[in-house]
Design a protein. Structure first.
Length: 187
C-alpha cells in the first residue's frame, strides 16, 4: 500500500491498516470499516457549505442534514460504503462502486471530517478502497471530480490518479448530469 507523504511529514507511520504517530503523543489508529447507518447524520455535517455538499454529492437537490440519503445511495448492491474510523468515530467516508460489465471500480463520495482534514486521511482512504477493489479482482480504479473541486482533484493526482484522454472523458460523461473530469490508475 502507498502511504501519503504528507502524513509521514507530520509524524505518522503506517503499519498494515493502522497509522501511528512517531512521537510520544497519543497514537491515532485508523481502520477501514463498512458504513454503519448510525454515522449518517454526523457524516452529513462534514459538508460545511452548500458548495461543498454539491462537490461531495454532485446533487444540488440533496437535502442538507437528511440521513435518509444514505439509504437511497446504498440501495444499489454494487455500491460498497466505508468509513475510516479513529477512536470508534468516523473520520472519513467513501464508496466503492463496482462496475461488473466494464470491470472497473470507481471510488466516489469521498469526504473527510473537517477537524481531521490536511492529515493525509483522504489519500489513506483512497488507498484502502483501491486495495478493496484489487482484492475483488479489479485492475483499474476510477474517480470523477467536478471541475470546480480543485482540492479533490489535487488529492487524487497526489494519490497517483491521472486524467484520462479527452475521447474517454467524452464517452464517460455521456448521459451524466454534469461534466466531470475522470481520472484513473491501476490497483
Amino acid at each position: 500500500m502507498r502511504f501519503h507523504r504528507h502524513a509521514e511529514a507530520i509524524g505518522y507511520i503506517r503499519i498494515d491498516q493502522y497509522v501511528f504517530a512517531s512521537t510520544n503523543m497519543t497514537i491515532p489508529r485508523y481502520r477501514l470499516e463498512k458504513f454503519n447507518a448510525r454515522w449518517a447524520s454526523e457524516i452529513l455535517q462534514w459538508a460545511m457549505s452548500p458548495e461543498e455538499l454539491f462537490h461531495w454529492s454532485a446533487d444540488r437537490s440533496l437535502p442538507r442534514g437528511d440521513p435518509s440519503i444514505f439509504l437511497r445511495w446504498h440501495s444499489d448492491p454494487d455500491i460498497k460504503p466505508y468509513a475510516l474510523i479513529c477512536n470508534r468515530q468516523p473520520v472519513a467516508y467513501g464508496e466503492l462502486w463496482l462496475e461488473w460489465e466494464e470491470r472497473f471500480a470507481e471510488i466516489a463520495r469521498l469526504i473527510v471530517s473537517p477537524k481531521h482534514r490536511r492529515k493525509g486521511l483522504a489519500t489513506m482512504l483512497l488507498e484502502d478502497l483501491s486495495s478493496k477493489a484489487n482484492e475483488a479482482g479489479y485492475e483499474r480504479v476510477w474517480v470523477r471530480v467536478l471541475p470546480s473541486n480543485s482540492a479533490a482533484r489535487t488529492c487524487y493526482e497526489t494519490a497517483g490518479f491521472r486524467q484520462v484522454p479527452e475521447a474517454e472523458q467524452v464517452r464517460l460523461n455521456k448521459g451524466q448530469r454534469y461534466e466531470f473530469i475522470w481520472l484513473q490508475r491501476s490497483t
